[in-house]
Design a binder for this molecule. Sequence first.
Ligand code: ADP
Ligand code: MG
Length: 376
Amino acid sequence: MQKFEDFGLSTEMLNALSKKGFEEPSEIQKLVIPELLKERTHLIGQAQTGTGKTAAFGIPILETIEADKTVRALILTPTRELANQVADEIYSLKGEKNLKVLAVYGGASIENQIKKLKSGVDIVVGTPGRVMDLMRKKILKVDQLDYFVLDEADEMLNMGFLEDIEAILEKTNDEKKMLFFSATIPKAIMAIAKKFMPEHKLLKVEKKELTTNLTEQIYYEVKQEDKFEALCRVLDYEQDFYGIVFCRTKSEVDDVTNKLKARNYDAECIHGDITQVLRQKALDLFKKKILTILVATDVAARGIDVSNLTHVINYSIPQEAESYVHRIGRTGRAGQKGIAITFVTPREASKLAQIKRITKTDIKREHIPNVEEILE
Ligand code: ADP
Ligand code: MG
C-alpha cells in the first residue's frame, strides 16, 4: 500500500496532511501525485466526486512551485463556491510555506482581489469571468505559469465556459503543465484536450460502482402537487435529518424554501441568483450543522464539500443518471449510512427506469410515511 511518505513529500507537507487528518492517499492521489512530482506531463485525472481530486493536484503544485509572488498556478473552477473550496483546501495543505493563495470570482469586490494580486500571489483559483476581467485589467498575469488546472472540467463545459477557457489559455505561456480534472470525461473534454495538449496522460480511477452501497436508495411515487406535503412528512419522520433537497430550477428552489420557512422548518437555499455572501452564509451554517436542511439546484451544489449527509432528497428527479450519482454521493460517506429519496411523478416512471438501468442499482419503491408513523 502506498503512503504519503512514499511520495518523497516535504516534512512540511506531511505535517500539513496529518494535521488535516489525511491518513493515506486516495486512489486518484496515488496515481496523480507521483506522476506530477516525477514528470512534466500534461494530464487528465478522472475520478468520482468526493475522491480527493483537489489534493491530487494541490499537493504537487504546492511542493513544486517557488514562492516568488508570481502567479505560478492558475486553477479554473465553474462556480464561486468551488473556487473558495479549492482555495481553502490548498491553503490548508500549504503548511508553513510562504505561499499566497487567492480565490477570485464575480459577485465579490474586485478592488480587494486587485489589492491582493498586486501584493503578490502564487496560486490563483478563480471562475473564468473574473479571471478574464483581471487579465484584461493587466492585474492578473498568466504568462509565467507552471500549472494551468481545469477543475470539474465536465461542469465547466456544461456551463458554457469553453470559449472563456480558450481565451484564457491563449494568453498563457507554453511551458506550463495542463491538468484537467473531472468526474466524467465527455467527448467535448477530449476534444479540447486534444487541441491544447496533444500529448497527455489519462489517469483514471475506474468507478467501482456508480453508487455507494452505504446509501439506501428509495423512491416515492408522488403527484407533483403532493410533493411538498411528502417532503414535510419525510422531515417530520426523520429524527436527525441533515440533508440537501435537490430541485430542478431556481424558482422551484425558492418556492420550496419559502414554503418550508413558512412552516417553521429551518431551511435555507443556494442557487445561482443568490448573492455570494448569502450563499456562503447558508453553506457555512450548513457545514456546521446549525442549519440542517439545504435546498439547492444541481449546479449550486455541485462539488460542494459536505459529506455525511443523512439524506439526499431528489424533490425533482434528475435529468441525467450522472447527476443522480453526483447528488446521492453526498450520503453514505465515511462508513455512515445515508438515504437517498427520489420523488417520482407518474409521468417520470421512464426516467426512473433509465436511472436504474444506467446506475445498475435497484431503487426500491416505498410508501411516504403516514401521520401515524410520524406520531409514533
Ligand atoms: P473531489 O474534487 O474529487 O470531488 P475533494 O478534493 O473535494 O474531492 O475532496 C473531498 C473531501 O475529501 C474533502 O473534504 C477532502 O479534504 C477530503 N480528502 C481528500 N483527500 C483525502 C485523503 N487522502 N484522506 C482523507 N480525506 C481526504
Ligand atoms: Mg473537485
